[in-house]
Every structure is written in structure tokens, then in C-alpha cells.
Design a protein around this ligand. Structure first.
Ligand code: ADP
Ligand code: MG
Length: 277
């Protein structure tokens, strides 16, 4: 049974969306290569349950690669290899016994460019992940999932009268919230967001930030952002990645967001958060 009912849940429904238990995500000694080219070097980071972690750092330092490793997407690139462990509440998602689909179900992902299926209806877009993960749901359950996920993503009121319209007809910010709703339909424990607002206007960005802060009560969130104000607005902890002079990407410094911005320990962090490179 859920611990608390949230006000954002549709009051009309009598069904209860199973709430995933908050999970801690942990990367241990992650190194990554594309062919011979090493792009990450022994990255370890604990991303606690129920908070937002920001990954910051210059382009090319391996933030997206790190995020894809957390979701087992890195292994889809033929030349890619990796070392290290990724644990959700102590269970390795790369365990050979664990099916890829199980790992995917517990980890949602949202990308920089909103990527709903453009010709597919808003309704079907939300449910697309169920098919991919082989999750069955009857009609009532599907209706409930669509309403509750769109509500959580802050989009329900705007689209409830046109659920059969194509996802591609929405504005950029709405499309991104549709993608968030789609990622929530499989009730993930972890939500990974790779620069989710960098293609959006400030108003949509604000709406998505509010949505993220709401969601963080239920889901462990990791976000890559180049927006330092955004990192400070949303995240409890921050990790600064750097790949200097041809060395692979590594974490220079991580910790409490406020402390990292007000009194960074490393000079390179200071320079980066103050826009000096
Ligand atoms: P960031 O997200 O921090 O900008 P990326 O993780 O995208 O960094 O890239 C890290 C490094 O890995 C870069 O040098 C990039 O060129 C390289 N890289 C990323 N994806 C691939 C790929 N599919 N094949 C080969 N190299 C890649
Ligand atoms: Mg990137």
C-alpha cells in the first residue's frame, strides 16, 4: 500500500498507482570506452533516494555516457565497453541473471530533444513503455495510468480534452512533459534526464522544474544540466565532471549543491560554476 496519497493524483480514480519504493542508485568505479578511446575513468557516485542529483561539466566530459551506463544503453553501441558496477538498492543492474527489460522498467529516461512518437496519440504515447516492457493493463488501468502520469507530469489539464490528438502536435515544452509522463507509466524507481530543458523556453523550463521537484518525492532523479541556476534550483547534490587535456572524464568534486556553488573545494570547480570555462 502507498505511504501517502498525493494531491496531484486524480481524485476521481478509485484505483491506486503502486508507488515504487524510493531507491538509491550507486555507480562504483565506472570506466567507459568507445573502441580504444577511454571516456570515463573510475567514476563513483552515490545518488540517494528521493533527491535530485545534478551532473555538471563541460561538453564532452562524459556526462551523457555516464547517464546511459546507468540505464544500460551504453552497451547498445557496438564499439562501447565498460567496467564497474551500477547498483539500485545494492542490486547490480548489470548482473547477468538480470534481464535487460527489468533494469529498463526500474529506470526511466528523458532526453534533451523531446521525442514523443509524433503520429501516435497522446494517450498511446503515455502507454508506449508498457508494450516495450511487456506490461499488461486492462482498459480501466490504462485510462488510470494515462490520467495519473499526465497529472504527475503537469500536463493533464492541458490535454485531457484531446487525448486522441497526435503527440507531435504539442508545443516543445508539452512534448517534453509527455515524454516525462511516458517514462512514469512503468513506475520507475529512477528517472534520468539528459539536459531535459535545454531545447525549451524559460516558461516550459520552469514548469518542468516544478514537475521534477514534485516527482522527486517518489522517484530518484539524476539530471544533466548546463544551466547552473537550474542545478541550484532543483538539486540537493551536484557532481562536477571534467575531461582535461585528453584525459578521460572523471568527477573532480561532488557534494551538497549549495556548498559546491558557494565554496567549491577545487579551483577548477570554482572556475566552472563561475562561468570561467
Ligand atoms: P557530454 O555528455 O559530457 O557532452 P558525452 O558522454 O556525450 O559527453 O561524450 C564523452 C566522449 O565520448 C566524447 O569524447 C564523445 O566524442 C565520445 N562519444 C560519445 N558517444 C560516442 C559514440 N557513440 N561513439 C564514439 N564516441 C562517442
Ligand atoms: Mg551530453
Amino acid at each position: 500500500a502507498p505511504k501517502t496519497a498525493r494531491s496531484t493524483e486524480p481524485a476521481t480514480s478509485t484505483m491506486v498507482l503502486e508507488r515504487p519504493t524510493l531507491a538509491t542508485l550507486e555507480a562504483r568505479n565506472i570506466s567507459a570506452w568507445f573502441g580504444d578511446h577511454q571516456v570515463l575513468d573510475r567514476v563513483s557516485l552515490e545518488m540517494p533516494a528521493g533527491v535530485i542529483t545534478s551532473l555538471i561539466g563541460p561538453s564532452g566530459c562524459g556526462k551523457s555516457t555516464f547517464l546511459r551506463i546507468l540505464n544500460r544503453m551504453h552497451e547498445l553501441v557496438p564499439s562501447a565497453s565498460l567496467a564497474g558496477e551500477v547498483l539500485i538498492d545494492g542490486v547490480d543492474i548489470y548482473d547477468v541473471e538480470r534481464k535487460l527489460v527489468d533494469a529498463r522498467k526500474s529506470i526511466g529516461m528523458v532526453f534533451q530533444k523531446p521525442n514523443p512518437f509524433p503520429a501516435m496519440s497522446i494517450y498511446d504515447n503515455v502507454l508506449a513503455g508498457l508494450k516495450l516492457t511487456g506490461t499488461r493493463a486492462d482498459r480501466d488501468r490504462r485510462d488510470y495510468l494515462v490520467e495519473s502520469c499526465l497529472t504527475k507530469a503537469g500536463l493533464w489539464k492541458e490535454v485531457k480534452d484531446r487525448l486522441r490528438a497526435p503527440g507531435g502536435g504539442l508545443s516543445g515544452g508539452q512534448q517534453q512533459r509527455l515524454c516525462i509522463a511516458r517514462s512514469l507509466a512503468v513506475t520507475p524507481q529512477v528517472l534520468l534526464m539528459d539536459e531535459p530543458c535545454s531545447a525549451l523556453d524559460p516558461t516550459s523550463t520552469r514548469v518542468i522544474e516544478e514537475t521534477m521537484l514534485e516527482l522527486a518525492q517518489d522517484v530518484t532523479i539524476v539530471i544533466v544540466t548546463h544551466n547552473m541556476q537550474q542545478a541550484q534550483r532543483v538539486s540537493t547534490q551536484c557532481a562536477f565532471f571534467l575531461a582535461s587535456q585528453g584525459t578521460p572524464g572523471a568527477i573532480v568534486e561532488h557534494g551538497d549543491t549549495e556548498a559546491m556553488f558557494s565554496e567549491p573545494v577545487d579551483e577548477r570547480t570554482f572556475d566552472y560554476v563561475n562561468g570561467r570555462f
